[in-house]
Design a protein around this ligand. Structure first.
Ligand SMILES: Nc1ncnc2c1ncn2[C@@H]1O[C@H](COP(=O)(O)OP(=O)(O)OP(=O)(O)O)[C@@H](O)[C@H]1O
Length: 257
């Protein structure tokens, strides 16, 4: 892997095309996509259903590879990595999903320590158990460590998923529609937590969403996709954020009263 310099972007897409199938039935999920995510940025990826957002995330995570073009994470071309190098790279990339993907028969603590166990580290004692506790506290669930997912609300489950994604100290956090299943108030709490994550750990965050409000709330910049094409990259005007807005104020703003 190449040693990244401070100027190396967290993620780079260089003329990336990803197509599925051949001939008339072929689908181009992403067409000649070219952009970079600077380190430490909260970067929105906006688009309607079928725009290519999930394909984009799978490419960033090395779960899929471009048909042509290159995807670089911290200056390293993912296509050039062998299995063990790819595994090491994945430890630097955390992922959070809309459906939380928690393990139902494990407690909050056990869910959060899972990535460390998969790295064959002993999380029960020493610095790793401190790290697990620190992450559970960071997401505000210190009082829930021994609860099971079924005992938690949707927002709490997403907090656990975020703690689990952060426990390996990733430099890049990929969030796939993390608030789409949540109500307005809980959405805003989870977005605040993502903001706090960047502040505390300097994590670069890619936030894939179809929710403009989420991008407006925390992103610095957003790429807008339409039918697999990168339509535009928009700078988010931080001055227009409505931090700490009440639920009623939010309803008034959206309904235009
Ligand atoms: N494995 C695949 N085989 C065939 N076509 C695929 C595959 N994966 C994605 N596609 C197609 O590529 C296009 C983009 O899909 P993708 O899932 O990336 O969009 P999306 O923006 O994430 O949509 P959604 O918001 O509905 O999840 C769609 O037309 C989809 O049907």
């Amino acid at each position: 892997m190449t040693a990244p310099t401070p100027a190396t972007p967290a993620v780079e897409f260089r003329n990336v095309t990803r197509s599925f199938g051949d001939g008339p039935a072929a689908v181009t999920a992403l067409a000649d996509v070219d952009f970079a995510i600077p380190r430490g940025m909260i970067f929105g990826v906006l688009g309607e259903s079928g725009a290519g957002k999930s394909t984009l995330l799978r490419l960033m995570n090395g779960l899929d590879h471009p048909t042509s073009g290159r995807v670089l994470v911290e200056g390293t071309d993912l296509a050039g990595l062998g299995k063990s190098q790819m595994n090491r790279m994945r430890h630097r990339i955390g992922v959070v999903f809309q459906a939380y993907n928690l393990v139902g028969n494990l407690t909050v603590r056990q869910n959060v320590e899972l990535p460390l166990r998969l790295q064959r580290r002993k999380a029960r004692s020493g610095p790793d158990s401190v790290r697990v506790r620190e992450m559970v506290d960071f997401v505000g669930l210190g009082h829930r460590v021994d609860h099971y997912p079924a005992q938690l609300s949707g927002g709490e489950k997403q907090r656990v998923a975020i703690a689990r994604a952060l426990v390996t100290e990733p430099s890049l956090l990929l969030c796939d529609e993390p608030t789409s299943a949540l109500d307005t108030h809980t959405t805003s709490e989870i977005l605040d937590l993502l903001s706090a994550t960047r502040e505390r750990f300097g994590t670069t965050i890619a936030l894939v969403t179809h929710e403009l409000e989420a991008v407006k709330a925390i992103c610095d910049r957003a790429a807008v996709f339409e039918s697999g094409r990168l339509h535009d990259i928009v700078e988010v005007d931080a001055a227009r954020r409505d931090r700490g807005q009440s639920y009623l104020a939010h309803v008034r703003e959206v309904l235009g009263e």
